[in-house]
Design a protein around this ligand. Sequence first.
Ligand SMILES: CC(C)(COP(=O)(O)OP(=O)(O)OC[C@H]1O[C@@H](n2cnc3c(N)ncnc32)[C@H](O)[C@@H]1OP(=O)(O)O)[C@@H](O)C(=O)NCCC(=O)NCCS
Length: 165
Amino acid sequence: MEIAECRPQDVEVLERFMPSTSVDGRHAARFARQEAGESSYLVPWIDGTPVGHAEVRWTGGRAPEVRAAHPDCPEINGLLVWPESVRSLGVGTALIHAAEELALRRGIGLMGLGVGEDNARAAALYARLGYMPTLVYLDPRAHVDAEGVLHEYAERCRFLVKKLR
Ligand SMILES: CC(C)(COP(=O)(O)OP(=O)(O)OC[C@H]1O[C@@H](n2cnc3c(N)ncnc32)[C@H](O)[C@@H]1OP(=O)(O)O)[C@@H](O)C(=O)NCCC(=O)NCCS
């Protein structure tokens, strides 16, 4: 398995293997933010196939409440390992470590991420990796369904922070 920043030609491949559903999380939107210097869009590959993604947002948390509480903390967003058959093999951990490594190389000593309050397994993973709970917030979400209808809602999440050094 290798992890690399998304390249222009990867956007279409990602869309084919992991079709975008959320508006803010479209692969093209994430790649555009990387091109603008706002984030790094990390993609793990196994045998030439993408098996997930994580966007490291250098501009801070996507939710305004998170940015206000942790103004200097980048956020790992859109963390996914897919398909389910490749979960629990260490890919998610490797993505988080790659994000932390990038932060340290930029001289940033903090990393954060949000987890849904009902996502106990993911929360257990982040706790094992040293992420400490901070504020509870409402994460604004929007996705377009198969009929093209936009659904907007908010998920109750907890923001977690890790000191990297
Ligand atoms: C959470 C996720 C990114 C972890 O990636 P991963 O490659 O499975 O993680 P690792 O192999 O490094 O670590 C495995 C741990 O991840 C956690 N985990 C969370 N959700 C999981 C899932 N659906 N399947 C497997 N592991 C999961 C568990 O703590 C697991 O440990 P366990 O196998 O002892 O229960 C991945 O499982 C996933 O994409 N889940 C669905 C989407 C999601 O919940 N994203 C996180 C949003 S905050």
